[in-house]
Structures are given as structure tokens and as C-alpha cells.
Design a protein around this ligand. Structure first.
Ligand SMILES: [Zn+2]
Length: 63
């Protein structure tokens, strides 16, 4: 029962995250952190007023 697990720090909130196949949000701790971090990145790159870059995000906040 010696399961090897790699852990990383969430780039957004610095929480310890297990790097596993199940964690689809890695290296982030959650979908929320991933979206927030990616959103900040994208907002710097895509400064187009009135254009929705992530139209499907709201539907995915239902955890
Ligand atoms: Zn986080």
C-alpha cells in the first residue's frame, strides 16, 4: 500500500494539490482556481471590450 503521490502548490492560492490523473484541474486545487488564474491571464491578453471569452464558465460553477 505504498502509493506514490506527487504534490504541487496551487499557482493561485498556494494550497497543496495532489497531482493525480483524477485531478483534471492540476496544477490548480480546483476548477475555480484554474478559471480565476486563467481568466486573469486571458484578460491581459484579450482586452476586447464586449466580447465574452468564456461563455460556458457559469455553467461549470456547480460543484
Ligand atoms: Zn487553489
Amino acid at each position: 500500500m505504498n502509493k506514490k503521490t506527487t504534490t504541487v502548490d496551487c499557482p493561485h492560492c498556494k494550497k497543496l494539490v495532489e497531482w493525480t490523473e483524477e485531478n483534471t484541474y492540476r496544477p490548480f486545487c480546483s476548477k475555480r482556481c484554474k478559471l480565476i488564474d486563467f481568466g486573469e491571464w486571458a484578460s491581459e491578453r484579450n482586452s476586447i471590450p464586449g466580447k465574452s471569452v468564456y461563455p460556458a464558465i457559469e455553467d461549470e460553477y456547480d460543484q
